[in-house]
Design a protein around this ligand. Structure first.
Ligand code: FES
Ligand code: FE2
Length: 413
């Protein structure tokens, strides 16, 4: 316990003090212990970097980074910060077929792995100026990331002490990654939004299987995801990651479900859609799951919601602001009608999605509700009080308790 920064409530992981959603000192420690600490962070999909010299810029926490594919097809990554005087090196979001990167400020040039290859006027001119005689190019490369990929999803870490990526992912969510990434994908597009709230409100939301039927009118009213359907939750043994699934069309009616939903704003029995094709769905994975959402600690998600496939990346921008980026994809062999259907389902879970906008809204509402109450805390006991309590039920906050437990471990709180 570090009293200098925060005293965590004595109930432990079944409470989260609201200070963690607002305090700049907490945010600074997250950068150090989580984003520059021993976690793996999403960088790209391999399909975004198919050829030699392809690259993409992104962030690990606050740190700007570049991920590349070198001339031999190997993935590499480095901090997007020139080794000379800190200029942002790569100014483009992404690109193809490059040999390397040259800083606009004084033209130091690096290869695709971040090694310094030349520095303008290094020898000076007419015997004057230039870098010292003991300057070695090899000693002034970019700060490198460790980069690896799992099932075609590229992750990076700034920490030398991160365990191997495959161990970090583990078998539980590894299965869920492979389930969606089971064949060659094709990127369909992107969108992004700024949410005026702490990034962890969205981490909680993604681990919150309790709210789906309650907050989301579209899920409940049109039967896309209901508590009365067959569903489950799988938490990995360390509690870092988890996935949840729901099987549409498997309703088992019960008096307690009907009684509760009768009073919910999300269940509107006399609503119908002018264009019901928004709901069209076939079981393309052969396991009956119509929604399948996986989260990897701290803030990566991959989803199948009906036919919409996407990864969600959060980029914290300040204690009370983050960016959420959706990358949509399908498979290379999708028939045109299925590719079209995937895009149509983005209307449910994209930045402006009929479902997702409710998640973004509640994150901001939580931010507003907790402003000014740093010493109050949330109550996270749905499904029980322990890390195992709640089992595989979606009516449980088990994944959220596990999130806070892991968060406290990384943060030393
Ligand atoms: S800051 Fe990049 S070359 Fe000077
Ligand atoms: Fe939601």
């Amino acid at each position: 316990m570090d009293d200098a920064i925060l005293t965590w409530p004595e109930e432990g992981f079944r409470r989260a003090p609201y200070r963690v959603l607002h305090d700049p000192a907490i945010y600074a420690r997250e950068q150090e212990r989580i984003f520059r600490g021993p976690c793996w962070h999403f960088l790209a999909l391999e399909a975004e970097l198919p050829g030699p010299g392809d690259f993409k810029t992104t962030f690990i926490g606050d740190t700007p980074v570049v991920v590349t594919r070198d001339r031999d097809g190997k993935l590499a990554g480095f901090v997007n910060r020139c080794a000379h005087r800190g200029n942002l090196l790569c100014l483009e979001e992404s690109g193809k077929g490059r040999d390397g990167f040259t800083c606009v400020y004084h033209a130091w040039s690096y290869d695709l792995a971040g090694n310094l290859k030349s520095a303008a006027f290094r020898k000076g001119i007419r015997g004057e100026g230039g870098l010292p005689a003991d300057f070695r190019l090899a000693e002034h490369g970019l700060e490198k990331l460790r980069v690896d990929s799992y099932a075609g999803i590229v992750f990076g870490t700034l920490s030398a002490s991160s365990e191997p990526l495959a161990d970090y992912v583990g078998d539980t969510v590894g299965f869920a990654f492979r389930r969606i990434m089971h064949k060659k994908i094709r990127i369909l597009g992107y969108d992004s939004q700024i949410i005026q709230a702490n990034w962890k409100t969205y981490c909680e939301n993604g681990r919150d299987t309790y709210h789906a039927n309650i907050l989301h009118a579209f899920f409940a009213t049109f039967g896309v995801s209901r508590q009365s359907q067959e569903s489950g939750v799988r938490v990995d043994p360390r509690g870092l990651h988890y996935f949840t699934y729901t099987k549409r069309g498997t309703e088992v009616e019960s008096a307690d479900y009907s009684e509760t939903t009768a009073g919910l704003r999300s269940v509107v029995s006399d609503f119908s859609l002018a264009d019901p094709s928004l709901l069209a769905w076939q079981d393309e994975f052969g396991d009956g799951s119509s929604t399948h959402l996986t989260t990897l600690f701290p803030l990566f998600m991959i989803q199948q919601v009906s036919h919409s496939l996407a990864v969600r990346q959060l980029i914290p921008k300040s204690p009370e602001r983050f960016e959420l980026i959706f990358t949509y994809f399908g498979y290379e062999d999708d028939p045109p009608a299925l590719a079209e259907q995937r895009l149509k389902h983005v209307n449910l879970t994209g930045s402006a999605g009929l479902v997702s906008m409710e998640d973004g809204s509640v994150c901001e509402f939580v931010g507003k509700g907790t402003t000014g109450s740093p010493d109050a805390s949330s109550f996270i006991e749905m499904g029980g009080k322990g890390l195992e309590d709640g089992g595989a039920s979606k009516l449980s906050e088990r994944p959220i308790r596990n999130f806070w437990n892991c968060y406290r471990g990384f943060m030393g709180l």
